[in-house]
Design a protein around this ligand. Structure first.
Ligand SMILES: Nc1ncnc2c1ncn2[C@@H]1O[C@H](COP(=O)(O)OP(=O)(O)O)[C@@H](O)[C@H]1O
Ligand SMILES: Cc1ncc(C[n+]2csc(CCOP(=O)(O)OP(=O)(O)O)c2C)c(N)n1
Ligand SMILES: [Mg+2]
Ligand SMILES: [Mg+2]
Ligand SMILES: [Mg+2]
Length: 337
């Protein structure tokens, strides 16, 4: 096969070609994709990139994981708006060090996410890169008109909740870095495998987002990409409120606490500042919080109430069981610090 971008596009995305339906009018193969949108819905658009050495190393992620996670981070942003993911566009910048076959494996991971979340790849761009591999994914989704869930809708009196558990992805990354330094990359005690999975194969909380979109009394919603502290700060700033969360209510998996103890690290730090958990954090009217918890339980979805919204200038506080309280900085993953 010829080594040009045209043959790469065919090789990597051939499985998307020729599909129609679902509102898709023109897919891969023309100057742009065309799709129709229904009049009772609005389009949600988001865009997240993954860059070799910043978001992954060859030693921390399989090629398929890179593709899969690039889709999860975007699907998670659609979920955080209460929407349903539909279409994706992918830009890949390939350096010489990555073979076309390796890039094809990245696409294997993307198509795996497509199957699981009902997404279709409808276009993108293929270019060369000088050194590191860059991926940029644009995700398009939909939500009922006027019903997207925003970061700016938290109100004093709301309870704060988070789905699933937090801190696990950072624990998995810590382990992967350790075995890279002191052993064979990706060869670790299988006991810790669930932590590595949380880092390499996170899930996006689309079901939870839809449940929240349809529930009553929901305030703000955000997803956890940079860490709980940073995401809570985003809600506090966008809504103009103060947030107080209880340290001992943070849902941290037992295995994460056990691993943190083993390596002398703080699991609460990973929950607050680690990131890449792709859970949803949001607020609900205090009087509706228990009903929401029961709705999640009935769907078999994990849900924790962790704090409350108060009137005041944007702040985030962490409450300890002894009643003491400390102000959290807007720390977490930051690309330029
Ligand atoms: N380079 C950019 N140009 C235009 N908009 C951007 C750019 N980078 C980020 N944004 C927008 O800024 C907002 C916050 O982005 P980001 O912090 O990456 O959110 P998230 O953590 O949910 O991915 C989003 O609305 C995003 O679309
Ligand atoms: C090799 C490596 N180093 C560090 C990290 C940790 N890390 C990289 S980006 C990131 C935050 C999420 O990525 P970002 O691009 O900020 O996504 P967004 O907030 O826009 O969704 C984290 C925790 C990693 N995954 N891999
Ligand atoms: Mg982003
Ligand atoms: Mg987000
Ligand atoms: Mg970020």
């Amino acid at each position: 096969m010829a080594n040009d971008e045209f043959s790469y596009i065919r090789q990597w995305t051939g499985r998307s070609a020729g599909q129609a339906g679902d509102g898709l009018v023109v897919g891969i193969g023309d100057d742009a994709a065309v799709f129709s949108v229904s009049s009772d819905k609005e389009v949600i658009a988001c865009c997240d990139a993954m860059v070799e050495t910043v978001h992954f190393l060859r030693e921390t992620m399989h090629h398929t994981d890179v593709g899969y996670k690039s889709f999860i981070s975007n699907i998670s942003d659609i979920a955080a708006m209460g929407g349903v993911p539909r279409f994706a566009m992918v830009t890949i910048a390939k350096p010489a060090a990555w073979t076309p076959e390796e890039c094809s494996q990245i696409y294997d991971g993307m198509y795996e996410a497509c199957r699981e979340y009902g997404v279709r790849i409808i276009g993108g761009d293929t270019v060369s890169a000088p050194d590191a591999l860059h991926l940029s994914v644009t995700m398009l989704g939909e939500v009922e008109r006027g019903m997207a869930l925003l970061r700016s809708a938290a109100k004093p009196g709301d309870a704060v909740f988070v789905t699933g558990t937090v801190g696990g992805a950072a624990a998995g990354l810590d382990l992967l870095f350790k075995v890279k330094e002191h052993g064979t990359p990706m060869q670790y005690d299988p006991y810790w495998e669930p932590l590595v999975r949380l880092h390499q194969r996170p899930s996006a909380q689309v079901m939870a987002g839809r449940l929240l979109q349809q529930a009553s009394g929901i305030g703000a919603l955000n997803d956890v990409s940079d860490g709980l502290a940073s995401e809570l700060w985003e809600i506090a700033e966008a809504s103009g409120v103060a947030i107080s969360v209880e340290r001992d209510m943070l849902p941290i998996a037992g295995l994460v606490r056990e691993y943190a103890e083993t390596v002398g690290k703080d699991a609460v730090d990973w929950a607050l500042y680690g990131g890449e958990d792709y859970q949803l954090v949001g607020t609900v009217q205090g009087t509706k919080a228990e009903i929401l918890a029961q709705m999640f339980a009935r769907q078999g979805l994990s849900f924790s109430l962790i704090g409350k919204i108060e009137a005041g200038s944007p702040q985030v506080f962490l409450q300890a069981p002894d009643g003491s309280s400390k102000r959290l900085n807007k720390d977490g993953y930051n690309h330029f610090r």
